[in-house]
Design a protein around this ligand. Structure first.
Ligand SMILES: Nc1ncnc2c1ncn2[C@@H]1O[C@H](COP(=O)(O)OP(=O)(O)OP(=O)(O)O)[C@@H](O)[C@H]1O
Ligand SMILES: [Mg+2]
Length: 362
């Protein structure tokens, strides 16, 4: 559902497939176990070295001054640890945290109610801040800068603005789409942290840590195998770990070895690079039916029997990130890495074969 007509957001309408094992958004089971797996302080938080170091300085300095920490904006793809980091900020400051999200704030009044009930030093976590309504956003500007809001009482010519002082608080905003934030809002954050995808070694550490908390025995090779298929995302790493654990318990003695991890993820159709069935269907169609492209998005979508949006928003971002597919003005094309990944030979390399763009070019 689209709560907010100011943002040209399409992410809400996309069939992101909560049943998708490699989807980066949280599903029901994730929500239930994530609380247990969340690192509780900066020390425990794996990776994101730069962000961690900078945030550590910001928080230490604020603590030393006995002041409330500056507002923090966390941006990055789903499942990289924004919510986790917001809770860590509160914990490190020894402050309570209030959690809400852009879509939950439909009216400025909703925000005024939250702001006016904050305690001094409290952390207000505003998830999906890019989806807040415009009037609420404007109220937030003043609250962030001057710790003050104007509450409008009454309607029409008789309406009056009653200024309300707020206690100093720390706003932690999170967004998957930093580009959608209006500059005046972005500028009011004292510190902006951009979260990157995790390296396989970092994910391996995340997996080890989670396995410990879930009381699962895992060999380093087993963790490496899962890490390599987790698309740079801790949430996916934790989810794959749980599925591999199931397999290890049912089919083996419960210990996760490389062999077991590889077999289990084969059963769940997550390949060595983290592609799932949909991703591979798109690539396979692109290579087999269209000789590697270029081919239009709609044609490609019909070929795999999916909606355009599903191909564009669900499968393509990761394929592009992995350098397997490129979006060009003339259509989608496969990269040499795509041919290699599916163990296929590009047509121009075959004796007497047609050129890559021979049949379907333009
Ligand atoms: N650096 C990390 N170290 C260990 N675990 C992590 C780290 N980052 C994230 N996780 C784990 O990944 C899961 C997802 O993290 P989190 O909910 O913070 O992501 P998010 O960025 O808020 O995602 P979304 O955009 O969907 O809200 C949590 O279970 C958390 O424990
Ligand atoms: Mg979150």
């Amino acid at each position: 559902m689209n709560w907010d007509d100011t943002a040209p957001s399409t992410d809400d309408a996309v069939p992101a497939g909560p049943d998708r094992l490699v989807g980066a958004d949280a599903d029901g089971e994730d929500t239930a176990v994530e609380a247990a797996l969340r690192p509780k302080d900066l020390q425990e938080f794996v990776g994101q070295e730069r962000v961690r170091e900078q945030l550590d300085l910001v928080l230490r300095a604020a603590r030393a001054r006995g002041a409330t920490a500056d507002h923090v904006l966390l941006s990055g793809a789903p499942g990289l640890g924004k919510t986790t980091l917001s809770m860590i900020i509160a914990a490190e400051m020894g402050a309570p945290i209030r959690i809400t999200s852009g879509p939950a704030i439909q009216h400025a009044g909703d925000l005024a109610a939250i702001l006016s009930s904050l305690q001094e030093g409290e952390v207000l976590f505003l998830d999906e801040i890019h989806r807040m309504s415009r009037p609420a956003e404007e109220m937030l500007y003043m609250a962030m800068e001057d710790f003050r809001v104007d509450v409008i009482v009454g309607k029409g010519p008789g309406a009056t603005a009653i200024p309300l002082e707020l206690p100093p608080f720390t706003l932690v905003g999170a967004t998957t789409r930093a580009g959608l934030l209006p500059p005046p809002l972005r500028d009011r954050f004292g510190f902006t942290a951009h979260m990157e995808f995790y390296a396989p070694e970092e994910l391996q550490r995340v997996i080890h840590r989670s396995a410990g908390l879930l009381d699962v025995e895992i060999e380093p090779d087993g963790a490496a195998e899962i890490a390599g298929r987790s698309r740079g995302t801790p949430r996916i790493a934790n989810r794959l770990l749980r599925r591999v654990r199931d397999y290890a318990q049912v089919k083996a003695d419960g210990v996760i070895t490389r062999e077991i991890a590889s077999q289990a993820l084969g059963v769940y159709e997550v390949d060595a690079r983290g592609l799932d069935r949909l991703d591979r269907a798109v690539l396979t169609a692109l290579l087999k039916l269209f000789g590697g492209g270029p081919v239009g998005l709609s044609t490609l979508a019909v070929a795999v029997g999916e909606e355009r949006e599903t191909v564009e928003e669900v499968a393509e971002p990761f394929l592009v990130r992995e350098g397997l597919l490129a979006r060009t003005p003339r259509g989608r094309i496969a990269t040499p890495a795509a041919w290699a990944h599916l163990d296929m030979v590009p047509p121009q390399h075959q004796a007497g074969g047609i050129g890559q763009q021979g049949l379907f070019g333009a």
